[in-house]
Write a protein that binds this ligand. Structure first.
Ligand code: F6R
Length: 368
């Protein structure tokens, strides 16, 4: 079943171009408008939404953080993102106009399930973003966007995560269409960008040997840091989680702007730091990231830069460059996460760990 691969996780990383293509399949009507087939909420209900709360755990929570950046930008609806177990026990403010979006690959995560039950009792609508047809969370939700990644066997989520991102973008674009916060041709342009993703992901997977060589070089690292900004920040968190759970190496993700508020004290000679560099654009994100990289490099960090190809600004600050295809900043998580998945998978494998069944973890966490 592993098709000749040593681990399901590796196979599932390589399946991501197809998973993204499948997640996008059938989402446009003949006239080009977006459609979501199990969106059982009426257009009026979606227009009435005045707040979105995304709830999830682990990797799915990081997909939720990306969803916030996209949905707030495209739809101008306030979006909160919260760990399901924290949300459930803090008396959250929920009304009939709150849309709760539950993201779960398995659809069985007890923390997330309890949270949606709580939200529905309070009268809020719940939309599930889920990979498992007929699982409990979509069954107990008012609407669902299935991610269509196919079965995910490896405990660490990969194609599950990437298709949660796609579903989140589709939700944001659909809300923008219904609420009129974007023009049709703007929505089409983003959908076109999404449709180019499978080819971009394939390019990254074809370059896997460079990442595997990096993993071999860094296999004795005792700690690895990950920095990002904007939509790259959740990618940093995800890169760190993958390394912790698979390689059992201490890893932390930080928002680059937060460095000077504390974490920069951790930087010492030779410490590997992955940096997700935002694409060059009209905003200052890219330049601010470059100055953060200069700061840590001056203090001895070994900088591993995930950066769009042919970015002339970074060469002199990079110990290693991991080239990314040129994509809009909001979509960059789709491409930036792939090298980090490959890195964690390979490093754990080199260390002799069971990549598909990391110690102490279960694929679906059905207890609170
Ligand atoms: C990490 C990982 C977990 C899950 C989390 C939520 O690689 O897989 O953090 O993302 O347990 O699981 P689901 O998405 O099934 O609710």
């Amino acid at each position: 079943e592993k098709d000749g691969h040593d681990w399901f996780m590796r196979k599932e990383i390589y399946e991501q171009p197809q998973a993204v293509a499948d997640a996008l399949l059938g989402r446009r009507t003949p006239s080009g408008a977006l459609q979501l087939d199990e969106m059982r909420l009426s257009e009026q209900e979606l227009r009435d939404v005045d707040k979105i709360i995304v709830i999830a755990c682990g990797t799915a929570f990081y997909a939720g953080l990306v969803a916030k950046y996209a949905i707030e930008h495209w739809c101008r609806i306030p979006v909160e993102v919260e760990l399901a177990h924290e949300f459930r026990y803090r008396d959250p403010i929920l009304t009939a106009n709150t849309l709760v979006v539950a993201i779960s690959q398995s659809g069985e995560t007890a923390d997330t399930l309890q949270a949606i039950r709580h939200a529905r009792v309070q009268g809020s609508r719940v939309l599930a973003i889920c990979n498992t047809n007929g699982s409990t969370i979509p069954r107990e939700s008012d609407a669902v966007i299935y991610t269509h990644a196919g079965p995910e066997i490896g405990v660490a989520s990969t194609k599950g995560f990437i298709t949660q991102l796609v579903a989140s973008y589709l939700l944001g674009l659909y809300l923008a269409q219904v609420r009129g916060t974007m023009f049709g041709d703007e929505i089409t342009a983003v959908v076109n960008d999404l449709e180019e993703m499978p080819a971009h992901l394939q390019t990254l997977i074809d370059r896997k040997d460079e990442i595997y060589a990096l993993a071999a070089e860094l296999k004795d690292a005792r700690s690895v840091l990950f920095l990002g900004r904007h939509a790259g920040y959740p990618v940093a968190l995800e890169g760190a989680l993958k390394l912790k759970e698979l390689a059992y190496i201490h890893a932390e993700g930080f928002a680059a702007g937060e460095l000077k508020h504390g974490p920069i004290a951790l930087i010492e000679e030779g410490l590997p730091v992955f940096c997700v560099v935002p694409p060059r654009g009209r905003d200052q994100l890219h330049d601010k990231m470059i100055s953060a990289i200069q700061e840590i490099r001056a203090r001895g960090a070994r900088t591993l830069l995930l950066v769009e190809e042919d970015d002339p600004a970074v060469a002199s600050y990079a110990d290693s460059v991991i080239p990314l295809p040129r994509v809009p900043v909001l979509l960059q998580p789709l491409v930036a996460v792939v090298p980090l998945q490959l890195f964690a998978c390979e490093l754990a494998s080199l260390l002799g760990h069971d990549v598909d069944q990391p110690r102490n973890l279960a694929k679906s966490v059905t207890v609170e």
